[in-house]
Each structure stands twice: as C-alpha cells, then as structure tokens.
Design a protein around this ligand. Structure first.
Ligand code: P1T
Length: 381
C-alpha cells in the first residue's frame, strides 16, 4: 500500500469489541490477570499499552521498518538508543545537530564513559571525514539529515556502507522531514529516531519520541530498555501522535509547497544575507537531497544582514510566525537557535559549527503562503 493508506490504517483496525473506527485510549496502568502467569498480553502499562502498541505498529509501517517503539520525548528515544553503548565505547556524530542531543552527548553520555567525535560535513569528501573519525572502539554513527539548524544533507546510503564495513550501528534522526519525504531504513540505516513532537504529531500539542528498526536483535534490546528505563508516552499522548500520523502526508505536502515559495521569496530579498533550504538548486547539496528525499520539507534557516540587531528588530515586527522553540506544527514558528534550541552549545563551538549571531530558523506552517510571505515581507522591510 501507499504511504497515505498505511498512515491511516496500519495498527488502526476498528476496535474488535465495539467497531469504533479509532483506537481507544486505554487509560489503565495495569491489567487483570486470569491466573498467575496467564494474561491477555498486557501486564503493566510501562511494559505495554494497547494504544501505544497501535502507535508503535503505525510508526514502523510508515518508516518501512519491522518494529516501532514509542517514547515520552525525542530525547527519551535518543537516550534509550544510546543505552546500547557501554563505558569505553565511542560515537561518531554529525557536527550540526539539535542542541539538546549535543547536551545529552556531552553532559550525560560522556559521564557514562562514552565519548563522541563530531564530523564537519562542510567538506568536499565527507565520507572520508567519517571514515577517519572511526576508532577501534567506535560502535555507533549518529546523524541528522537535514541537520538542525543549518539544513545540511548527509548521504545516508554512503554512511550505511561505511557503517556496515566497520560493523557500526547507523542511527538517523529523521525528525526534520518525516518519513513522508525520507525513509532511512530503505537506504540502509539500522535505526531511525524521531521527535514525534514535531511533524509526526504535527499540532504542537504533545511531546513524544520514536525509534524504528528492522533489526530484531536491536529491537529486542531496545524494547527491554524501553521498559527498564521507563520513558514511555501516556495513552493519551500515544493517541494524539496516532491521530497526527493520519494527516502527515497532506500536511507535509503543504509545508513543502509553502516553504519552497517562501525560500524563493527570501533568497531574493535584499535584507537576507544567506538562506539555507535544501529545495533550492543553489543549496550545496541539492542534488544529494534529491536522491535521498522525495521532498525538501518545511524548515528554512536564514542569516539577516545587520547582525543580531537586525534579528531583534525582525522578531519584534513579525506577527504570524510565533517566536517559539520546536517545529513541525501546523502553525508557523520562528526560532533564534543561538539563545533557544542551540543555547547549550558553548559560543566558540557554536561559531565553529557555523551557527552565527544573525541566524534565524523558520518552521513554515500550513497557513496560506501569501499571508506568510506578507508577514515576512513586513518584518524584513
Ligand atoms: O524535544 P524532544 O521531543 O525531546 O525532541 C528532541 C529532538 C530530537 N531531534 C531533533 C532533530 C530535534 O529537533 C529535537 C527537538 N528540537 C527542538 C525542540 C527544536 O526546536 O529544534
């Protein structure tokens, strides 16, 4: 079946008892057992809940994976995946990634004795850079693509080959474009991670995370950790994410149409110094983006002429784009990564990674594109 059909039906059969077309929200922490050791497949809701099980099946289906696991947040999903590592292990990660993931790697995971090397992906031969960063104790490669916030594109299939040759686990955080536009497991990745808070949930009303894999051994380990660590979503949040999945395809098409329109408008605006959007032919990795994504998503970053002072003015004049962290909801949001999403990265490190003081990130919503253009135009002018 096609993506749109799977998103509406997989894991979401009508309720056997009542015929309800939506998966019920099973608000229960525990389940009566018929006898000791005899139950209907559910014992305790940290371990399993039918609403969450439906969501996990739908997540696996839309990511072309065999197994899905849902979490209480994107970072809970990330932490659970990183629990596969042990003291002395090493990670190779992309140098542009969500500030909270960087903070987790540096302030938490490093204390477990697991170190990370960050690879600059702004170089000609990125594959060699990744290859050179691999050490004898490297166990895992962690990438985002497109990256947060500079929208760089990482070649998933090439990294999957490198990972396989070196017996490493390749993890792709697919939050920025959702499985509607990119399915890393089909390109050879071992694990996909999501903040379902973003496009998959789609309405800025929940915090959630997901892990999808087709590797049974990895799944068994992560399923064990999901229960052992316990960062699971509530049945109500699981329901909301499931509801978001049903409309993911139509929302993503609108996000992209609007973002392409605004990217074209912004790149010609005299107050804009530089624009980052993988859908523009002059994006340095536009060709690569076209080979591994079926669309370019709704995120745009831009640098304004006039530095931080211009950013402050711009933010104070804009009306429809709400100044807020997060992305992927139906409403347009504007974020200042330096002080918001990437505030945890020390200044020198941040500047080295190319996140400048005049950088603004837009999450383009599904309002009418001409209203969004007018809003940007007024604020810039
Ligand atoms: O916020 P949470 O659901 O825990 O997800 C963390 C996360 C993981 N991966 C990526 C690529 C992300 O962008 C995020 C969260 N990001 C934001 C809140 C943001 O505004 O960028």
């Amino acid at each position: 079946m096609h993506f749109e059909t799977k998103a509406i039906h997989d894991g979401q059969e009508p309720d056997l008892q009542t015929g309800a077309v939506n998966v019920p929200i099973y608000l229960t922490s525990t389940y009566q057992q018929e006898a000791i050791g005899k139950h209907k497949g559910y014992e305790y809701s940290r371990t399993g809940n039918p609403t969450r099980a439906a969501l996990e099946q739908a997540l696996a289906s839309i990511e072309s994976g065999k197994f899905g696991l849902a979490f209480a947040s994107g970072l809970a999903a990330t932490t659970t995946v990183l629990s596969l590592l042990k003291n002395g292990d090493h990670i190779v990660a992309v140098d542009d990634l969500y500030g909270g993931t960087y903070r987790l790697l540096e302030k938490v995971v490093r204390n477990w004795g697991v170190t990370t090397t960050y690879v600059d992906i702004n170089v000609e031969d990125v594959n060699s850079s990744f290859q050179n960063a691999i050490q004898p104790n490297t166990k895992l490669i962690w990438i985002e693509t497109p990256t947060n916030p500079l929208l760089k594109i990482v070649d998933i299939a090439s990294l999957a080959t490198i990972a396989r040759q070196n017996q490493l686990i390749l993890v792709v955080d697919n939050t920025f474009v959702s499985p509607y536009f990119q399915r890393p497991l089909e390109l050879g990745a071992d694990i996909v991670v999501h903040s379902t808070t973003k496009y998959i949930g789609g309405h800025s009303d929940i915090i959630g995370g997901a892990v999808i894999t087709s590797n049974e051994e990895i799944y068994s380990q992560l399923k064990f950790y999901q229960n052992a660590i316990g960062a699971v979503p509530s049945p109500f949040d699981s329901y909301l994410v499931l509801r978001g999945i049903k409309t993911l395809a139509v929302r993503m098409r609108e996000h992209e149409t609007n973002a392409l329109h605004l990217a074209n408008f912004l790149q010609n605006h005299p107050k804009v110094e530089r624009i980052y959007y993988p859908g523009l032919p002059n994006h340095p990795q536009h060709q690569l983006a076209k080979t591994q994504m079926s669309g370019f998503g709704g995120m745009i970053s831009l640098e304004l002429k006039g530095g931080f002072a211009a950013v402050e003015k711009f933010v104070s004049r804009i009306k429809l784009f709400l100044l807020a962290e997060s992305l992927g909801g139906v409403e347009s949001l504007l974020c200042y990564p330096v002080k918001m999403t990437h505030g945890a990265i020390p200044e020198a490190e941040r500047l080295k990674r190319g996140i400048k003081d005049n950088l603004v990130r837009l999450s383009v919503g599904i309002e009418h594109k001409l209203d969004l253009q007018t809003d940007l135009e007024n604020a810039l002018n």
